[in-house]
Design a protein around this ligand. Structure first.
Ligand code: FNR
Length: 383
């Protein structure tokens, strides 16, 4: 048995254990996947400055994200179909996040419902909203998130339409995922996964099926998204959602300085610089490259978060240095979940924390809150 020491080890194990259709769904981007790759590659171009003979005792990675205390500036990103990476995936990840003291964001497209996850989640339980044409359904979803005690609403703005993902189309990914004959043959080679799924019988979108009439067999994921998601979504809707929700609002999917300024005007509490993990507009800038200009444009009026390509604690530190108050991880926690369930998500968080803590110390800081651009080598990061 390999000793798991980094996120790549978790990815390799997940690839062995999760049925191909669901592993591919997680580990893919849109079209040529160039933005997906750039998200991480661009982190590697940024160089850190090592300092020595600085007192490195009493270190802390604790800080806040939208006013909530976090053990490190890392939250779990919303990811659809998480319950297909591992039976009860959303519940297990929420439990691991709670124990570690970081926020968990539940996707609209989760397998487990808001109410089921709420029973296990901690104070940092956030809900991510996709806007669909059926506004009465959206209102009910917002009300359910409120009733379940979610501390923030993460409104995703970059998926009015779906970026084409070749692997999902080739694998015939459907919504809800169906156990068809080719799937079953594939699943038969992954007995641990199949037994878990069969035991829980959770193979539906828990927030949707049973809450919207006529939604049981949705067809292919891309067809269903095209039918249900609202391509007409606009800033007026953001205002309406903010009012209906009434709590902390985080806008996800901001890539452009102009949209960042509109986010500030909308009265949101934070924005997330994100390209949806390279799953939407292929050819877009990497998130870490887009971050500094957006931090500049926002000028401290609201918090700036980021996601995309975080694969180590070094990446977390670089994002913090460039002005992100916090980051979100998508694939890293999914790899952990697919590899080892709840223990794998815990392992993922432990790995990131250890790497963040040690790298911060090497750069001459003992508190994550004091880290700024000065830890980066000039000329190696975007201005
Ligand atoms: C996502 N992402 C996403 N975002 C969102 O707002 N709602 C969702 O339902 C999903 N679903 C989803 C599924 C899968 C499998 C992945 C990998 C991603 C995007 C996600 O929240 C986040 O922006 C990226 O995953 C960040 O990039 P990394 O950390 O995966 O590189």
């Amino acid at each position: 048995m390999t000793v798991i020491t980094n996120i790549e080890d978790l990815r390799v194990l997940a690839q062995k254990r999760v049925p191909r259709m669901f592993y591919d769904y997680a580990d893919s981007g849109s079209w040529t996947e160039s933005t997906y790759r750039a998200n991480n590659d661009d982190f590697q171009k940024i160089k850190l400055r090592q300092r020595v003979a600085v007192n490195m005792e009493n270190r802390s990675t604790a800080t806040t994200m939208v006013g909530e205390k976090v053990a490190m500036p890392v939250a779990i990103a919303p990811t659809g179909l998480t319950g297909m990476q591992h039976a009860d995936g959303e519940i297990l990840a929420a439990r691991a996040a709670r124990a570690f003291g970081v926020p968990f964001t539940l996707s609209t497209m989760s397998i487990c419902s808001i109410e089921e996850v709420a029973e296990h989640a901690g104070p940092g339980f956030w809900f991510q909203l996709y806007v669909m044409k059926d506004r009465a359904f959206i209102e009910r979803l917002i009300d359910r998130a409120k009733a379940a005690g979610c501390g923030a609403l993460v409104l995703t703005l970059d998926l009015q339409i779906l970026g084409q993902r070749h692997k999902d189309l080739k694998n015939g990914l459907s919504a809800p995922p169906k156990l068809t004959l080719p799937n079953i043959i594939n699943i038969a080679t992954k007995p641990r996964w199949a037994l878990g799924m069969l035991a829980t019988k959770r193979r539906q979108f828990g927030n949707i099926v049973g809450h919207v009439s006529g939604v049981d067999n949705m067809g292919s994921l891309s067809e269903w998204t095209a039918k249900q998601f609202d391509p007409g979504l606009n800033w007026g809707d953001v205002e309406w959602i903010k009012k209906r929700w009434g709590g902390k609002l985080i806008l996800k999917g901001i890539q452009d300085v102009e949209d960042a300024k509109l986010s500030v005007q909308s009265g949101a509490d934070a924005l997330i610089v994100s390209n949806h993990g390279g799953r939407q507009l292929d050819g877009a800038q990497s998130s870490i490259e887009a971050l500094p200009a957006i931090v500049d444009a926002v000028g401290g009026q609201i918090e700036v978060h980021m996601d995309g390509g975080i694969r180590s604690g070094q990446d977390v530190l670089k994002a913090r240095a460039l002005g992100a108050q916090g980051v979100y991880i998508g694939r890293p926690f999914l790899y952990g979940l697919g590899a080892m369930g709840e223990a794998g998500v815990t392992k993922c968080l432990q790995i990131l924390h250890k790497e963040l803590d040690l790298t911060m110390a090497f750069c001459g800081h003992t508190q994550v809150d004091t880290v700024d651009k000065s830890i980066l080598l000039p000329g190696t990061f975007p201005k």
